[in-house]
Design a protein around this ligand. Structure first.
Ligand SMILES: [Zn+2]
Length: 242
């Protein structure tokens, strides 16, 4: 294997890089320049994730091994990465979900590796929703990245949360609409003085109303994701208003 290609340095995407780099000693780890320092020293990633998810979940995750500095290289925007056998992967910087986020398209195939730029679709819960975590979620950049992806000719999306999706061009616009909708809901929650937990509950209720499902059907994974997204989105709105 020549490359390990995490789309960004959240632990559910890059947490195994140190382990995999040991298993594949010839592989380079390619990452957005803003993510580069965190792979060789994951201290801040672990601290941030611990604050969000709590001690118990972090123990289940396990701690990431650092990647040797010499094995990590940053990826420019629109960089061609030769995979051999005539296959080329092209990088597309897609900040928004995180400042260090990028996606990849396999040239000539229309296969797009989205990373978290397109949010979350849980296999047992038919809503597609944004993922807007702290500390670097940025609404304007997320929308701009989705617009950029929507201009590509795409046949298949490979999404980490969860699975592949064919002919899903409208997913980008749906994501943009959901981000704008969440912004107006969160603005109203903030003006009503709701706590983060109250905001997450109301948002879960609204998501369920939108797809005609009961709140009891919402998987725990989705509940945690929505709460983390509320934290990130509210942090962004506060930063914007300062
Ligand atoms: Zn992420």
């Amino acid at each position: 294997m020549n490359y390990l290609l995490p789309t960004h340095v959240h632990l559910d995407h890059c947490g195994a890089c140190g382990t995999l780099a040991r298993k594949y000693p010839n592989a380079s780890v390619l990452v957005h320049p803003r993510g580069e320092p965190h792979l060789s020293d994951p201290t801040r990633l672990v601290k941030g994730a611990g604050e969000l998810f709590g001690e118990q979940l972090m123990q289940r995750y396990g701690l990431p091994d650092p990647v040797e500095n010499s094995r990590v290289r940053s990826v420019a925007d629109d960089e061609a990465i030769d995979l051999g056998n005539g296959m080329t992967l092209r990088s597309i910087w897609t900040p928004g979900h995180a400042s260090h986020h990028l996606s990849y398209i396999l040239e000539g195939t229309g296969v797009l590796f989205t990373g978290d730029a397109v949010g979350l679709r849980h296999p047992t819960f038919p809503a597609s929703m944004p993922t807007t975590p702290p500390p670097s979620f940025n609404l304007d950049k997320a929308v701009e990245s989705l617009r950029r992806l929507s201009e590509l000719t795409i046949k298949r999306l490979c999404t980490p949360h969860f699975g592949t999706l064919d002919g899903a061009g409208e997913l980008f616009q749906r994501n943009i609409s959901a981000l704008i909708d969440w912004r107006s809901k969160l603005d109203s929650f903030i003006s009503r003085g709701l706590s983060v937990d109250q905001m997450a509950s109301e948002l879960i209720e609204k998501v369920c109303e939108g797809i005609g499902r009961s709140v009891a059907d919402v998987p725990q994974y989705v509940r945690v994701s929505i709460r983390v997204s509320v934290l990130g989105f509210v942090g962004y709105l506060k930063w914007k208003s300062e």
